[in-house]
Structures are given as structure tokens and as C-alpha cells.
Write a protein that binds this ligand. Sequence first.
Ligand code: E4P
Length: 218
Amino acid sequence: MKFFVDTADVDAIRELNDLGMVDGVTTNPSLILKAGRNIEEVTREICEMVSGPVSAEVVADKAEDMIREGRHLAQIAPNIAIKVPLTWDGLKACRTFADEGHMVNVTLCFTAAQAILAAKAGATFISPFVGRLDDIGLDGVDLIADIREIYDNYGYETQILAASIRSVNHIVEVGKIGADVITAPPSVIKSMAKHVLTDKGLEQFTADWAKTGQKIGG
Ligand code: E4P
């Protein structure tokens, strides 16, 4: 399973990247706002640090404007994946970018039907939003399973990038299904290390070790 980090926070990316845990990065307009950075400046900085795909999102709604924006973003670095929304215009832009040899991440996917169209339009990645489906009482993990089954039926090469990941459980469940990539906030990735029994066991070992009066290497 590949790990993309869903943030424009350079320090948070660096911490995970130093551990070799970052296969790529995804950003979106909301994450750029949160980071309070200029999109081109922060994207360049991320691309210099991370060798895998770094998604940068267009904001126009017409295909021709998306194409202009995407080509501009793609000049930032060779590892840019141009992120386009799953609209008809977004699919047109996706086809153009794919034909030009750019990586494309089609985002805001909420149905398997949308995911089929993205694959047909040459997307490198499809981003189904797991958490946002859960938010409205649907099951985001089921969508990943449906897309996996359909893509496997036809040998589509578009990678399933499970997005809007909100919990450790989401990561485990989409991993069992076979999502190619997950993108998650740094806090969720770091919380994968946590377990109450790990904390409890460590507390016990620390207390018992103190009673031995020993020191390692001392
Ligand atoms: C995906 O590329 C998006 O940036 C992201 O996963 C959205 O997550 P959210 O629903 O938690 O905002």
C-alpha cells in the first residue's frame, strides 16, 4: 500500500518523509488555505522534498481553463500530478493531460460510475472520498470495494487513491480491499502507531525495569 500525505504542511510532510513513509502528497484548495502558503511556492517546496507524485489542483470549471491552469502547475516539477474534479469538463481536461503524458488525479469521486469514466479518460489516479460518504450516512469503504472489483474486471490501470481518510480503521479496511494508495492527514498516519495496550504494556515494563535498579550500557 502506498502512502500519500494529504496536507500542504511542509514540516509535517518532512517528519514522515524522513521515516521513508511518504510515497506522494495530495493537496487541494482548502489545504493550501490552511497552510497559508502560495500554491506554486509550497508545491515547489514539496516537490523538492518528495520524489513521488505531488497532486496540485486546478480551480477553473471550464475544461479549457483547467487545461491552462494544469499545464502551468505541471511546469513546477516533473512529479506533479494535475488534480481535476470529476465533472464532464474535468474529464475532458484529464484526457488532454493524459495524452500529453502528465499524471492526472481525478478527485471528488463519489460513485463507481464516476470512477469508470475517470479510467476511460486516462486518469493515473481516481480519488474516491471515503470520509465524506460516511458523513452523509453512506459507506465509503463499500465504494472502494466496488471500484476495485470493476477495475479488476477490465484490467483498468488507473490507481485507486482512497481519499478523505479520517481514521486508522479506514486505512485498514481499504487496505484489505486492495486500494492502491491511501491519502491521509499526517495526524491519522501517526495515530496508526497508537494502541492502548502498547501504552499500558510500556508503563508496566518501565515500572518493573526501575525496580531492577539496572542500567543498559551504564
Ligand atoms: C483528497 O485528495 C482530498 O485532498 C482529501 O482527502 C479530502 O479529505 P477531507 O474530506 O477530509 O477534506
